[in-house]
Write a protein that binds this ligand. Structure first.
Ligand code: SF4
Ligand code: SF4
Length: 139
């Protein structure tokens, strides 16, 4: 009888471990981040920075960039952007797909500082962002 009971416990415990394992694997496979795209260029009003709970939005010369590893994907920044520059990675419009890579490339030399406030402005804008014509002022 005891053996039968242990059998049931074992059967129940193994699926739970399997489920947790699948959840972890799925989290890793679907890990995405938020991305700042072209509408931010020459706006930089920093409304998003105020909302970010982990201080992972860094300032370049022409726009801001979200650190892909430090972002916790909370989504708090996206609705406050006055020019709709912030997108969930999967939702970045086709014409701004290069900005997903730009948000990552910005940190090639910086690495993961663990907070934008102590870093300040960094002139690491990707070349194609540097080369953009001055954007019209947004009201
Ligand atoms: S999604 Fe959350 S953690 Fe990521 S940049 Fe926006 S506010 Fe910060
Ligand atoms: S709120 Fe939008 S426009 Fe303002 S700095 Fe952030 S991403 Fe750029």
């Amino acid at each position: 009888m005891a053996g039968a009971g242990q059998g049931i416990l074992t059967v129940r415990r193994e699926p739970l471990m399997n489920v947790l394992g699948r959840m972890r694997k799925r989290e890793q496979e679907t890990a995405v981040t938020y991305v700042i795209a072209e509408p931010c260029v020459d706006v930089l009003d920093k409304a998003c920075i105020e909302e970010c709970p982990v201080d992972c939005i860094y300032e370049g010369d022409r726009m801001l960039y979200i650190h892909p590893d430090e972002c916790v994907d909370c989504g708090a920044c996206e609705p406050v952007c006055p020019v709709e520059a912030i997108y969930y990675e999967d939702d970045v419009p086709d014409q701004w797909k290069d900005y997903t890579k730009a948000n990552a490339d910005f940190f090639d030399e910086l690495g993961s500082p663990g907070g934008a406030a102590k870093v300040g402005k960094v002139a690491n804008d990707p070349q194609f962002v540097k080369a953009l014509p001055q954007q019209a002022a947004h009201e």
